[in-house]
Design a protein around this ligand. Structure first.
Ligand SMILES: Cc1ncc(COP(=O)(O)O)c(C=O)c1O
Length: 409
């Protein structure tokens, strides 16, 4: 039955024996990963592990409560204060995962005026909401917007003329532009200052998913706004704790009034258990590490520049070269998988990202650089890619096996 799907995992036994930092073990072999979100290589660092251990000993393994119903430890408040500070915002709201943050918050925003009326703010008028989304936004954004039931319009990737045309046409009282900060599969960066200008012009809110920018962009790892040196009350940041911060969880950093409304109205906040307390203790440490161990970010960006420079020797097309996500465009789904398999044979792990994560025939190897890579690791990847360069054309010319007549959804 599953034959048509092909192999989903590069390893025969489907499991790895350790997690990439970025070196890892699988099938008794030592490999290096070029596809981990653990950008700063802190997830298994002694400092982070020691902090988690302190949390574990103090609080135990799980938080079996919602924060609204007796589960609100001071460490969650502390983590929120730290997250708000690193985004230069008044408040932050913590969620169990980044995915849950996007679906919870985006599905809730259009309901907040209803809650305000229920809670006695009788002056609150009937608002109409519309979302304006980049076509390459993360799937959790698309799901959250769909679940909201609000009007939605999609603009072509980074095409601000298209976005402006859609904003101009809209009669909604509340317009919300939603974009990835760093696009997770393409690695390019949303033009935040230009988006903010449009938000000002059309009195819109700008919701930025900074999952891949947090800890990575900006001098202190503050993310996309620090990178561009902008701030605005119109900006709502979403971020994850599962990438550069090396743990799990998601958050919104925003104005106090919006944070309060979300705590009241968002079921993904109030109707589920929050992240385990040892995680919260470890993540407080991670936020400090991102700031006071800047050499990690320096190594990450040095590796990014070195990889891009070395790739200029080869003919592979790169989707973008702006961030630590540097995807190699392959095209055909089977060819991308075959190339990933070939690299794995040389103990190099790179994800082959295929439809439906990216459009059909836009399959790619999503290379993610890491603070823990050495130039030697990068040389090995480039040399292995060079060895397979001439195979790629043959792979691409091979008869098409799958999905030939399927249109992109
Ligand atoms: C842009 C973006 N947003 C949200 C998420 C979801 O984050 P999490 O894995 O923390 O649930 C991801 C994860 O891959 C992502 O890339």
């Amino acid at each position: 039955m599953a034959e048509w799907l092909g192999r989903q995992n590069l390893f025969d036994d489907e499991c790895v024996e350790s997690l990439p930092d970025p070196a890892f073990r699988a099938e008794g072999r030592h490999l290096v990963s070029f596809s981990t979100n653990n950008y700063l290589s802190i997830a298994s660092s002694p400092r982070m592990v020691a902090a988690a251990r302190r949390g574990l000993e103090r609080y135990g393994v799980g938080n079996c409560e919602s924060r609204l119903l007796g589960g609100n430890l001071a460490v969650y408040d502390e983590l929120e204060r730290k997250l708000a500070a690193c985004k230069s915002k008044d408040a932050a709201v913590l969620f169990a995962t980044g995915y849950l943050t996007n679906i919870g918050v985006l599905s809730t925003i259009p309901q907040t005026s209803k809650y305000a009326r229920i809670y006695g703010f009788s002056g609150v008028r009937e608002y109409t909401y519309a979302y304006f989304c980049d076509e390459l936004n993360h799937v959790s954004i698309r799901e959250g917007v769909r679940m909201s039931g609000a009007a939605r319009a999609t603009y072509r990737h980074l095409d601000l003329n298209h976005l402006e045309m859609l904003l101009k046409k809209s009669t909604a009282t509340t317009k919300i532009i939603v974009t990835d900060g760093v696009f997770s599969q393409d690695g390019d960066i949303a033009p935040l200052p230009d988006l903010l200008q449009l938000a000002e012009r059309y009195d819109a809110t700008l919701y930025v998913d900074d999952a891949h920018g947090t800890g990575v962009l900006g001098e202190h790892g503050g993310g996309i706004a620090e990178h561009f040196g902008v701030s605005s009350e119109r900006l709502i940041y979403m971020g994850t704790l599962s990438k550069a911060y090396g743990g799990i969880g998601g958050f919104i950093a925003t104005e106090t009034s919006i944070a309060k409304a979300l705590r009241l109205a968002c079921s993904a906040y109030g109707f589920t258990s929050t992240l385990p307390p040892d995680q919260a203790v470890a993540l407080c440490e991670a936020i400090d590490m991102v700031v006071d161990e800047p050499e990690r970010r320096a190594r990450l960006w040095d590796n990014q520049r070195y990889f891009v420079e070395r790739m200029s020797e080869l003919s592979y097309p790169l989707v973008s070269t702006e961030t630590p996500i540097v995807p190699i465009l392959v095209g055909h789904e089977d060819a991308a998988s075959a190339l990933a398999q070939a690299l794995a044979a040389s103990n190099i792990y790179v994800d082959a990202v295929r439809f439906p994560a990216v459009p059909l025939r836009k399959a790619r190897l999503r290379v993610q650089l890491n603070a823990g890579h050495t130039h030697g690791d990068i040389d090995r990847l480039v040399d292995a890619l060079r060895a397979h360069e001439h195979h790629l054309e043959a792979m691409l010319a091979a008869p098409v096996r799958a999905t030939e007549d399927v249109a992109n959804p």
